[in-house]
Design a protein around this ligand. Sequence first.
Ligand SMILES: Cc1ncc(COP(=O)(O)O)c(C=O)c1O
Length: 278
Amino acid sequence: MALLQLSARHGFTIDAVECDENGALSPDALASMIDGNVKLITLTHAPANSGLMNPAIDVGAIAKAHGIPFILDVAQTAGQVPLDVEALGCQMLVATGRKFLRGPRGTAFAYIAPSLLDQLEVPTISNTTATLSPDSEILVSGGAARFEIWETNIAARHALGRAMDYAMEWGLDNIRARIDHLASQLRTKLGGIKGIELTDQGIERCGIVCMKVRNKDPYDVLTRLRAENINTAVIRPEQTFLDSQKRSLPPLLRASVHYYNTESELDVFCETLERMIR
Ligand SMILES: Cc1ncc(COP(=O)(O)O)c(C=O)c1O
């Protein structure tokens, strides 16, 4: 939606890249689309609805080879997989604090390569993002301050920083391995439940596990699970518009695992779900 809004304002077109046979973005399809008109490549690292991780490193390499800026949305992967902007080859990276980082709601962060920073328009002029010269000229601040507006929730920002330190203390490699172990177990267990159809795709997967629940309203299942202290989410088709259209997906039940989950919690979840849909 953000891109559609910008395209209406600036008059560019948006082309979606085809997926490979496993549902992840196809680097070959992307490479075949590159020409002088391509000004920006954007990629969602892990979509909200299918467990897969897109080949960000391959996309970064294509972007770099053609000198095209690449922005990576890591809203679903920050805090669950190691992220290195150099290795990923992205000049911009955007993340939210409230998901796998376990930071406060309403927090987010962005990385912008120094080479690009001064070229980007400053969306909000405030006491920190700019100063005013004696001749009424707006002097935009240098560095990250260009985007850090004056009034903010300082406590939440500190808490986000603490959440990041906390994740780094556990180690993102350790977190990734633990999540991978739990998510694979969960997919195997769910695969054995009649009435549950996993909709996950991709070869490289993360801790997001999505499913169709046969003959049940997923919102109803979510509410009943919540009453038993089990947190899930429902992903609406419009939240993952292109994929949901392509695969005719209904609202999906999503169970995300994190490192603090236990194997016995997976059992409780699967048993409870099975009982509910029987
Ligand atoms: C891939 C992706 N990007 C961005 C967002 C938006 O995150 P936020 O609402 O914290 O800005 C989400 C939220 O679900 C998401 O899944």
